[in-house]
Design a protein around this ligand. Structure first.
Ligand code: ATP
Ligand code: MG
Length: 266
């Protein structure tokens, strides 16, 4: 189970979570994407109308035993979604008073997770209780960093939180990797960020770098992944490379036959 987390907003968490979920599903790995952000961007990126949802991850957090009923099966072949809703905005406050408040997502996913080869959690842009729930449920954290501003200050805060969660709540938690997003080779700043992040995180930084690409910003408004919207784009290629690297790091190298679908060719 992988949490995609960074408390800074707009760094590419949702985009990365959605494309990786599509990548894994297309490669034949049964995948669950959990949308843990009240903005519900991952949910809408996949073309799901959140106004139509009766149960969501919000209900699953309040009543973990009933989590299964909130799962939308096969939003794509091999890909299930635990969708979000705006109600989740209140959950951060409501959960404070509940027992085991950091363990609600873990409890909700306990029975579900064994059905999947991969579970990805898209976190909100904060280090509040929702993100902590994701970090407690997960084995691994994937940190997207945008190449458009020097990030190291905010990252120190993230690393402190990860250490804390690891020590107190979830010892197996590990950073599976750092992914550089929104890279524009024409700017000096981007090159500088790549250098600094590589210096700080070394081999944890994925070789694949996600370019700044208009196609990636457009795809969600069509309810499509990049593999559906423009499978030949540089962005699709980059997310393919990232997915392949992640498979390797997860030890899931034995790639099953891809599922036949209209999903393009990640
Ligand atoms: N590589 C990219 N190139 C261009 N636009 C991108 C790229 N990645 C993401 N975007 C766009 O940038 C915006 C922010 O991306 P995204 O929603 O993935 O970030 P986020 O970290 O999930 O944001 P939040 O913190 O608000 O949840 C979105 O409009 C998205 O479509
Ligand atoms: Mg997001």
């Amino acid at each position: 189970m992988i949490a995609v987390a960074n408390q800074k907003g707009g760094v590419g968490k949702t985009t990365t979570a959605v494309q990786l979920a599509a990548f894994f599903a297309h490669r034949g790995f049964r995948t669950l994407l959990v949308d843990l952000d009240p903005q519900a961007n991952a949910t809408s990126s996949l073309g799901i109308d959140r106004g139509q949802l009766e149960t969501t991850v919000y209900e699953a957090l309040l009543e973990p035993e009933g989590a299964e009923s909130a799962v939308l099966a096969d939003v794509r072949p091999g890909l299930d979604l635990l969708p979000s809703s705006g109600l989740l905005a209140g959950a951060e406050v409501e959960l404070v008073a509940t027992p085991q408040r950091e363990f609600r997502l873990r409890a909700a996913l306990q029975h579900l997770a064994p059905r999947y080869a991969v579970v990805l959690v898209d976190c909100p842009p904060s280090l509040g209780l929702l993100t902590v729930n994701a970090l407690v449920a997960a084995r691994a954290v994937l940190v997207p960093i945008q190449c458009e501003y020097l990030p190291l200050e905010g990252l120190a805060q993230l690393v402190t939180t990860l250490d804390l969660v690891k020590r107190r709540l979830n010892p197996p938690l590990d950073v599976i990797g750092v992914v550089l997003t929104m890279f524009d080779a024409r700017t000096r700043l981007a090159l500088q960020v790549v250098q600094e992040v590589r210096r700080a995180f070394g081999a944890r930084v994925f070789r694949a770098i996600i370019p700044r690409a208009v196609r990636l910003a457009e795809a969600p408004s069509h309810g499509q992944t990049i593999f559906e919207y423009d499978p030949a784009s540089r962005a699709a290629r980059a997310y393919n490379e990232l997915g392949a690297e992640l498979l390797e790091r997860l030890g899931l190298c034995t790639v099953p036959e891809p599922i036949e679908s209209a999903q393009g060719t990640p």
